[in-house]
Unconditional design. Structure first.
Length: 338
């Protein structure tokens, strides 16, 4: 087994998933605004240091996606963050896209930029200690969208990114996110997710990206956030598995779901139910940002005296999602931590 296959398998090791700590500067500012903390470089460093130094998190976290600023920062004791994570057996990763921008001639649709100079950035990030990367495409559901134009443009960019990562020694996380905002039904989300995945895997095949050397980071098949009828946990799990059995090659080592605006408990419950149903050829894991960070961010509140409480909150969410990896998460786990 080659190095990239080994890294991909380690990213979806049993009982573990990925922490997405790769918020761009505007996104982390929004998170900090919610707790009335100014988003300075030192505050961001201190907050992420709190997450990365949480004792025991490595039992449930296989990797952390970093932002360009963060991969260059150090822990309080001077250890570079990638080295700190590595010392705990956690793989450092890096977000390499430049964000979703308006797609020309397609109102309401986006395409992700960042391919220019990517080969050199992959080389630099590998030198800084990154072992995997992430690129996110944004697919909106609305009146007459997504168009094939939008799906094709994003699939092409995801595949070009993935090919450059494989060439440069990083495992690519391929993230086509069908956004849950809107009043669409579970069935519409299913249809759009299936269309998206089929185009993405066609592009990956055309651009010679080996499925064994990548990880998929998709949305779950879920009712739109404004849909009057919200699907149950079981309906979400069944629809998602059905869709992925028809759209994702068995050679992909693992699927790390994004939380996509779900509450932290809902994201955990959905993942656990999928693993309980089982039957897929891939590991079903998580790569959560907000669903792992909302509770510790609130507990921290920017105050050093809240460090222990914040780390406890983060460890609890990591532990719950670790349990969801084997379908053994329960509501009782939430009350036990209270």
């Amino acid at each position: 087994m080659g190095e990239l296959e080994q890294i991909a398998k380690a990213m979806v090791a049993p009982g573990k998933g990925i922490l997405a700590a790769d918020e761009s500067s505007p996104t982390i500012k929004k998170r900090f605004d919610s707790i009335n903390v100014e988003s300075t470089e030192e505050a961001r460093r201190g907050y992420r240091d709190m997450l990365f130094t949480t004792a025991g998190a490595e039992e449930h976290v296989s990797g952390v996606i970093l932002f360009d600023e963060t991969i260059r920062q150090n822990s309080a004791d001077g250890t570079p963050f990638p080295k700190l994570l590595e010392s705990k057996g956690i793989l450092p990763g890096i977000k390499v896209d430049a964000g979703a921008k308006d797609l020309p001639g397609a109102p309401g649709e986006k395409v992700t930029e960042g391919l220019d100079g990517l080969r050199d950035r992959v080389k630099e990030y590998h030198g800084l200690g990154a072992r995997f990367a992430k690129w996110r495409a944004v697919i909106n559901i609305g009146d007459g969208i997504p168009s094939d134009y939008c799906l094709d443009a994003n699939a092409h960019a995801l595949a070009r990114y993935a090919a450059l990562c494989v060439e440069g020694g990083l495992v690519p996380i391929v993230e086509p996110e069908v956004i849950m905002d809107g009043s669409h039904s579970l069935e519409t989300c299913y249809e759009v997710t299936a269309r998206t995945l089929q185009k993405v895997f066609t592009a990956l095949y055309e651009q010679r990206v080996p499925c064994e050397q990548m990880i998929l980071k998709p949305n779950m098949v879920i009712s739109g956030s404004d849909c009057s009828t919200q699907a149950s946990v079981t309906q979400v799990a069944e629809a998602t598995l059905h869709c992925f059995h028809r759209s994702v090659p068995a050679a992909v080592p693992g699927i790390v779901f994004l939380s996509g605006g779900q509450s932290d408990k809902a994201a955990t419950a959905h993942l656990s139910e999928m693993n309980k149903l089982g039957g897929g050829p891939w590991e079903l894991s998580f790569s959560y940002g907000r669903a792992l960070q909302a509770a510790p961010l609130k507990a921290w509140g920017g105050k050093s005296e809240n460090l222990a409480a914040a780390q406890k909150a983060y460890l609890h969410r990591a532990r719950c999602n670790g349990a969801a990896r084997s379908g053994s998460y329960s509501a009782e786990m939430e009350s036990q931590a209270a």
